[in-house]
Design a protein around this ligand. Structure first.
Ligand code: PEP
Ligand code: CO
Length: 451
């Protein structure tokens, strides 16, 4: 293998990158970015890596969630608070159900770049660059908005810093108050046949917390230092490499734009730029694996990928996020588990039940069914168990807002309801109620067996 440097990816084909028309501006913007302080620290990254190692060993469970793409305009107080709230509440439900500690990772503070199937979009005979996410260009279909602008990387960096700053303050300043059930919005529960069970879960979480407070004499918001980590798809390589640094008293290079970057399914080619870049960073990293890879090709691909990205079997280093879809998971997942076993190395398995279950309504709206998402998760739990493997986490696209982007859930949202509150510019997200219900439904499936 050739020597890795923070620029060695430049010699490889980099997929799904925007074409910046102004080279000089690109290099000026990345130089400015490279001089900025980091967004996260190497000790946080190392702490997360250890926790992910625990998840791979079945001692913890990873909850990763957030928008498909964050938008600059939604870097607001209420959107951030609501996202943190839903992730925290889901994590309490999962702790309660799984009896495992939960690692909370937000797809936020940097989830601004999107891969696009077509580099150009045509409307009424006019062709313009596709919208690659707010860190690259703007969604409006006109020449100026769609031109990739490297200075938007600075704007993305700043939004990430603002988001992180607020999250860190909320967590330090007693945001853990949300542990109390009176903050939970449970109106939707009445629409579910499991209403009593859901109320029971929330009651019992409240009781456990009160019990802990009584026992220790300290309020829950003081004792529970809640850790939150960040993740995003490390797609835009000029941005990621500008924030990749050496740090004092540690070996190697850290990508300090986020704790836990992942490689998307479309950019995971073995000889491509993303795998080359990720190979050399010390962060825990994840790769999305989907149905495009035929089961017969899984052993060879996985073997080579693990050799490249995970040669030393360092605990917590590598996560596979499988996203096959409810229909196809049974055909693919056993081969993936087997292929990983054959490498002799440990990988954390996480299920993304969103991206394999996207469909279009008759009106052409991109959506997902709550029941398909649940079904893929339940299959993932069962298949891992029957292959003597562990499902160590889940990866959702969700928001704490009351959007209507996915159908189903206790309120039974229909295709027609999608017109009312569809806000995502890219993939459909579970809303607050659907996300909480999903956590409750899978927590019971993940419960340790009673003997
Ligand atoms: C995503 O996570 O938003 C995404 C594009 O996923 P995938 O790479 O799995 O398609
Ligand atoms: Co998505």
């Amino acid at each position: 293998m050739t020597e890795w440097t923070s620029d060695s990816w430049r010699a490889r084909p980099a997929r799904h990158q925007p074409e910046y028309p102004d080279e000089a501006a690109l290099s000026e913007a990345t130089m400015e970015l490279a001089a900025m302080p980091p967004l996260v620290t190497s000790w946080e990254i190392e702490a997360l890596k250890q926790q992910l190692a625990d998840a791979a060993a079945g001692r913890r469970f990873l909850l990763q969630g957030g928008d498909c793409a964050e938008s600059f305009a939604e870097c607001t107080s209420s959107v951030i608070i609501n996202k943190l709230k839903i992730l925290l509440q889901m994590s309490l439900v999962l702790v309660h159900g799984t009896h495992r500690r939960v690692i909370r990772v937000g797809r936020f503070a940097g989830q601004y770049a999107k891969p696009r199937s077509e580099p150009l979009e045509t409307r009424d005979g006019q062709q313009l660059p596709s919208y690659y996410g707010d860190i690259v260009n703007r969604p409006a279909f006109d020449d100026r908005s769609r031109r990739p602008d490297p200075w938007r990387m600075l704007r993305g960096y700043e939004r990430s810093a603002l988001t992180l700053n607020f999250i860190r303050s909320l967590i330090d300043g007693g945001f853990a108050d949300l542990h109390h059930p009176e903050y939970w919005e449970l109106d939707f529960v009445e629409h579910s046949p499991r209403s009593a069970e859901f109320h029971g879960i929330v009651e019992s979480i409240g009781e456990s917390l009160r019990f802990m407070e009584t026992l220790s004499g300290i309020s829950v918001s003081d004792i529970s230092r809640v850790d939150f980590y960040t993740s995003h798809e490390g797609l835009l390589l000029p941005y990621e490499s500008a924030l990749t640094r050496r740090v004092p008293r540690r070996d190697g290079w850290y990508n300090l734009s986020t704790h836990f970057p992942w490689i998307g399914m479309r950019t995971a080619g073995l000889d491509d730029a993303h795998v080359e870049f990720f190979r050399g960073i010390r962060n825990p990293i994840a790769i999305k694996i989907g149905p495009a890879l035929a089961p017969k090709d899984i052993p060879d691909f996985v073997g080579r990928l693990v050799d490249t990205l995970h040669p030393d079997d360092e605990p917590g280093r590598l996560t596979f996020i499988h996203r096959y879809g409810a229909e196809r998971i049974a055909e693919h997942l056993p081969s993936l588990i087997e292929a990983v076993r054959a490498t002799g190395r440990t990988v954390l398995f996480v299920c993304d039940p969103m991206h394999g279950n996207t469909r279009k309504t008759d009106a052409g709206i991109k959506t997902r069914r709550f029941d398909d998402i649940l079904k893929e998760l339940e299959s993932a739990i069962d298949i891992h168990a029957s292959c003597q493997s562990t499902l160590g986490g889940v990866h959702f696209e969700l928001t704490g807002e009351n959007v209507t982007e996915c159908t189903g859930g206790a309120r039974g949202l229909t295709d027609d309801d999608l017109r009312d509150g569809y806000r995502s510019l890219v993939d459909p997200r579970l809303n607050y109620e659907q996300a909480l219900e999903m956590a409750m439904l899978i927590a019971r499936r993940l419960a340790p067996a009673k003997d």
